[in-house]
Ligand binder design. Structure first.
Ligand code: C6P
Length: 417
């Protein structure tokens, strides 16, 4: 078993950087926040950076030549450089600010997909995808007539790599869309290997990085992926900002997604020409404060070190798996040894919503439902799970509180029968 590293990592100091976490729940109990896969919290440095922007240099970007606009543009473009460094992209032209992962994937589908996919083409998604990585493809498939196939998963909740290779060779596959880390099973998928196989088969690979970018070092060049989308609000930044990374040659060759201000070079009454990257994919006024906030969130995460964060989450997840396994009637979904910080489970026949409401009465925030992965839940034969998800500030004491509360709740439900 991995030894707890809380002393050297100093999780309590990290936790004290997040003002929201020192609150008391309305029940008077301490607040234990275990819903980080939905949205994480913001450290004081990010909150201060947002406030500073709003107090000192709020203005539109790339438009005015007055002082406030220049400061805002500088802040916004400096955030782009921080993102480039954070994911090790070659150029900041490859960094497109979006609203979040969902918008990033929709951009790829509607721009690259619309230009490159047609009747009879095949694309592969996996059975563990979030709706954001299924529905946009289904929408375009119904219009264009391409075929969507699903890579099966094993009993452990991992991609079935043999089936993946068969699906790649059986068909002329044009695109593979897969999550880096499942938001239900926690599985971290072997993206470098999957990208190599996709490229050998002549397909591009699009990665949903919503659950991986916040938790582990990302190098898009080592992964050799064509597109990689993620969201700021799961990595200490505000909502309303995300990133789509794309290889420059692909971004240059594909048409724009949205039309409007900023994304053009020239407009006449008869038509328009597109602007340079990355503006070509950023029509309209962007979420400036949020992008600047994301840059500060990346500074904060870098200050702790993504390797350290990844190690801490692995340690906490192992501890949580050990402790949760003590509970009678618990079923945990996802058994890959290579996993991120989410644990989805059912507890006897207690409905997931009842369970998360009862946990809320104990001051513990988790998520229940299908977690926007309904096809996966159908495959698992269950309508809903309860999910606890961890981040850089989660302590062993948080896990202990969760387990104690689950004991208490299961005793209460059994006594009611
Ligand atoms: N999952 C969860 O509770 P947006 O909403 O665009 O920021 O992210 C969408 C998304 C895409 N892929 C994966 C793997 C995700 O986990 C998410 C967001 C949250 O699991 C909210 S549904």
């Amino acid at each position: 078993m991995i030894q707890p590293i809380e002393n050297s990592y100093n999780v309590l100091t990290i936790k004290s950087d997040f003002p929201i976490l020192s609150q008391t729940h309305q029940t008077g109990k301490p607040l234990t926040y275990l819903d980080n896969a939905a949205s994480s919290q913001m450290p004081i440095s990010v909150i201060d950076a947002l406030s500073d922007y709003h107090r000192r240099y709020h203005a539109n970007v790339h438009r005015g030549i007055h002082q406030l606009s220049e400061l805002a543009t500088e802040g916004y473009e400096s955030a782009r450089k921080k993102v480039r460094d954070f994911i090790h992209a070659k150029s900041k032209r490859e960094i497109i600010f979006t609203k979040g992962t969902t918008e990033g994937i929709n951009l790829v589908v509607n721009a690259w997909g619309r230009a490159n996919l047609g009747a009879g083409d095949v694309i592969l998604l996996s059975q563990m995808e979030h709706h954001a990585n299924i529905v946009p493809y289904q929408m375009l498939a119904s219009e264009k007539g391409f075929i969507v196939r699903y890579i099966p998963i094993t009993d452990k909740g991992e991609i079935d790599m043999d089936a993946y290779q068969r699906l790649l060779t059986d068909n002329p596959v044009k695109l593979v869309g897969v999550t880096h880390c499942s938001n239900v099973l926690g599985t971290i998928n072997p993206i470098t290997e999957m990208a190599r196989l996709a490229h050998e088969a002549g397909a591009i690979i699009v990665i949903d990085g919503a659950q991986s970018a916040p938790h582990m070092p990302i190098d898009v060049q080592v992964l050799d992926v064509d597109f990689f989308a993620f969201s700021g609000h799961k990595m200490c930044a505000p909502t309303g900002v995300g990133v789509l990374y794309g290889k420059q040659a692909l971004l240059e060759a594909m048409p724009p997604f949205l039309g409007g201000g900023s994304m053009i070079s020239e407009v006449t009454f008869d038509g328009f020409t597109t602007g340079e990257l990355p503006a070509k994919f950023e029509a309209g006024t962007p979420n400036i404060a949020q992008a600047i906030g994301l840059g500060y969130a990346m500074d904060y995460l870098n200050g702790i070190g993504l390797d350290n964060i990844h190690h801490h989450i692995k340690t906490i997840t192992e501890y949580a798996l050990d402790r949760l396994s003590e509970l009678p009637h618990i079923i945990i979904y996802g058994h890959s040894p290579n996993r991120g910080g989410v644990i989805s489970f059912t507890l006897g026949d207690i409905h997931a919503h009842d369970l998360s409401q009862a946990l809320d009465f104990e001051g513990i925030a988790v998520r229940s439902g299908h977690h926007c992965a309904q096809p996966l839940h159908r495959l698992l034969g269950i309508p809903a799970t309860t999910r606890a998800s961890f981040y850089l500030y989660t302590t062993k004491a948080d896990i202990d509180r969760l387990v104690e509360a689950l004991y208490k709740i299961s005793t209460f439900f059994v006594s009611k029968r």
